[in-house]
Design a protein around this ligand. Structure first.
Ligand SMILES: [Zn+2]
Length: 289
């Protein structure tokens, strides 16, 4: 029989137990460590939450291959892989991420590791700690050490203005990890109105010439790619069979910035982390000069 006191306390105890349950980010090794499961059998391992299993959810695609534990899709994992493998792991670093796709648990993990802030343009499609318009960033000069910006720049009307603003707010030697859906060799505007999942218009379909804009804005640029795809872009491996996925690989090969490529994941690890097909994964590492 439950007395009045029990009626009051039991829900609280239940809630407390729920609150006390370890979250995946609390339960995992540090996300820059190679997960224990790698090389021990499971064919899919998440480099963010260290989940391991037979396969990711969905198809092999940069926007799919979802981790059933943390909800990351392949491009989320690649962005973090690039950041964790190319920047120091320093808890004093001021990390800003524009419109992160992942939610509360991911952000708690990032806050436990860095001085982390998330932002969004208008807080409509994504939640964020602060609002930021990349063309007019309401932050002081040199106030950010690392900027993670996944799939945002193509939605900004004035690319050069945004890059100048990003350069201003980054600290000396600060780095931006920039992801855009690079599907062709040369930048063009969409021929028809194009929207992504959050109903924000796409202003540009970027190509490799984005690198020239980044350099003009004052960045040293490296292009982080799969080892296999670097060989394709350098002409060492044949062009993969055309896929019906919107990626113009011949054009990407024709205009490839071969001197700036930095292969960062080999074929074995790209399969384990779900970075497939390899031509869909490009992250620009842009260091402020
Ligand atoms: Zn995960």
């Amino acid at each position: 029989m439950v007395g009045v006191w029990g009626l009051v306390t039991r829900p609280l105890v239940r809630r407390w137990k729920w609150w006390r349950q370890p979250r995946w980010w609390n339960d995992s090794d540090l996300p820059w460590e190679v997960p224990d499961a790698v090389g021990k059998g499971p064919m899919a391992v998440c480099n963010i939450c260290h989940w391991a299993g037979a396969e990711f959810l969905g198809t092999e695609h940069v926007e799919s291959a979802m981790c059933p534990r943390c909800g990351s899709v392949a491009r989320d994992r690649f962005l973090l892989f690039c950041f964790f493998n190319c920047s120091p792991h320093d808890s004093s670093m001021r990390v800003l991420e524009t419109s992160p796709r992942l939610g509360r648990e991911y952000r708690r993990m990032m806050r436990s590791l860095f001085r982390y802030t998330s932002s969004d343009f208008d807080l409509s499609a994504h939640r964020g700690d602060i609002r930021i318009d990349l063309q007019d960033i309401a932050l002081p000069d040199s106030s950010v050490d690392v900027l993670l910006t996944p799939h945002v720049l193509e939605h900004v009307p004035d690319t050069d203005r945004a890059l100048r603003e990003i350069h201003r707010v980054l600290a000396p030697d600060g780095a931006m990890y920039l992801q855009i859906p690079l599907q062709q060799g040369v930048t063009a505007r969409p021929t028809e109105p194009e929207f992504h999942g959050d109903n924000t218009p796409v202003h540009f379909r970027f190509g490799w010439d984005l690198i020239a804009s980044l350099e003009t804005a004052g960045f040293d640029v490296e292009v982080l790619v799969m080892e296999e795809f670097a060989k394709v872009l350098r002409g060492e491996n044949p062009c993969p069979e055309p896929e019906v996925d919107g990626f113009d690989i011949p054009s990407m090969i024709e205009h490839a910035p071969t001197a700036k490529l930095r292969p960062i994941v080999d074929i074995y690890m790209s399969k384990i982390y779900g970075f497939r097909p390899e031509h869909q994964f490009v992250t620009f590492r842009c260091v402020k000069r």
